[in-house]
Design a protein around this ligand. Sequence first.
Ligand code: ZN
Length: 135
Amino acid sequence: MFKKLNDGEKYSHGTVGNLADFDGKVFVKDELKETSCEISFGTLAPGQAVPFFHSHKANEENYIILSGRGAFQVDENVFPIGEGSVIRVATGCDRNIKNTSESDNLVYICIQAKQDSLEDCTMGDALITERESRL
Ligand code: ZN
């Protein structure tokens, strides 16, 4: 389901392939040796929900909906989601996701990282460097 393609001293690269053909759930942290977050790809068939609610003790989760539509529940709150949705879920609450379509898979990415761990990002953490492009 996840194919490691190449890596070097400073990077790792893999793929789940064509998202239209992707099925199931795959976690990529161990494959890519990620140190700051866990990323998973997930699909839900029409009408399917994750078979359990769960919460997290230390990690915030960010769900990014890549295709399809569905519903998301956080504790007692339910709201519709669809392609392009991004849902942040804090620690200490129950969550679940359901595909409400009758015909299309729901495909999503979940990024799990320690809540309140992000200090600087984007240009606050970046340095513009002078390197000759080989692209
Ligand atoms: Zn989770």
